[in-house]
Design a protein around this ligand. Structure first.
Ligand SMILES: Nc1ncnc2c1ncn2[C@@H]1O[C@H](COP(=O)(O)OP(=O)(O)OP(=O)(O)O)[C@@H](O)[C@H]1O
Ligand SMILES: [Mg+2]
Length: 263
């Protein structure tokens, strides 16, 4: 039996009197890679904000990497998981340079308030090198293309050597070839033998984006979990049609999934 990385039990959250999530339950074990799929407004980003310690649930129970909400501080949760998201993109100061932004990931912060230890700077440089981003480590984040920013945010997310890496629609702004190169990068992080227990969550409303190495999926609709488990049993024509309220057939091609929409 492996360790539990994320557990949601009947989780709900209200934001400004709006039910952003009403009843979500699932459990992710070490090393598993989950796709979370659902229509616009179904609660996917809200769910990831909870997982990453940016939002507290209003009801139900959540634990992330051994920290139980209510008993562990949100900043502690933020240090344990890695978040790649345009939501975060809005939080980081776009005037800060790429190297500082990557180092800040170690502290679960979006800015550096002190001069960081030498070892942290060296680690950030190594991660940027591995992601082919060394050449712009001194540039401001706002001066990068969308594809480059996504890679920098991955380096930032890997900075604390997290047990969990989460992505929120990372391919939305990317063109076809940037998207495929990004998905290849996600695949190589997943297969990295130095991180055998790293779990991943990839949020999207496009099933053709789900990387090949993904093992499990959760379908979410109107703030509620619809079905969860091994990808093959979850992303079916029947389940996807129910989730998106549209007649859709799921086709498999070279271990990726594609939707074909009917009448
Ligand atoms: N700050 C907020 N204030 C009020 N309502 C919010 C807030 N954030 C989210 N919501 C509401 O919660 C629901 C879920 O939003 P969420 O952003 O989680 O959806 P999503 O599945 O990520 O959608 P998308 O695919 O469009 O990104 C929506 O109805 C949204 O309007
Ligand atoms: Mg969203």
């Amino acid at each position: 039996m492996t360790g539990v990385v994320v557990e949601f039990s009947h989780v709900g959250v209200r934001i400004q009197n709006n039910k952003a999530l009403s009843d979500v339950s699932f459990r992710i074990q070490e090393g598993e890679r989950w796709a979370i799929v659902g229509p616009n407004g179904s609660g996917k980003t809200t769910l990831l904000r909870i997982v990453n310690g940016y939002l507290r649930p209003s009801r139900g129970e959540v634990s992330v990497l051994g920290g139980k909400f209510g008993q562990t501080s949100l900043s502690e949760i933020r240090k344990r998981s890695g978040f790649v998201s345009s939501y975060l993109d809005n939080l980081v100061e776009s005037n800060d340079n790429v190297l500082d932004i990557v180092v800040s990931g170690k502290y679960g912060a979006t800015r550096l308030w002190e001069i960081p230890p030498y070892g942290d700077v060296q680690r950030a440089k190594l991660l940027l090198r591995q992601l082919n981003c060394s050449k712009f480590e001194n540039r401001a984040l706002r001066d990068l293309s969308e594809g480059e920013r996504q890679k920098v945010l991955i380096a930032r997310a890997l900075m604390p050597d997290p047990g969990l890496l989460t992505f929120d629609e990372p391919c939305a702004p990317l063109d076809l070839s940037a998207r495929e190169s990004f998905l290849k990068g996600v695949g190589s992080i997943a297969k990295d033998k130095n991180r055998p227990s790293l779990a991943m969550i990839y949020v999207t409303h496009r099933i053709d984006e789900i990387p090949r190495c993904f093992t499990h999926a959760l379908l979410i609709r109107k703030g509620k979990s619809l079905v969860s488990g091994k990808i093959k049993g979850v992303i079916t024509s029947e389940n996807l049609s129910k989730c998106f309220d549209i007649n859709v057939q799921v086709k498999r091609w070279m271990d990726r999934l594609y939707p074909v929409v009917g009448n």
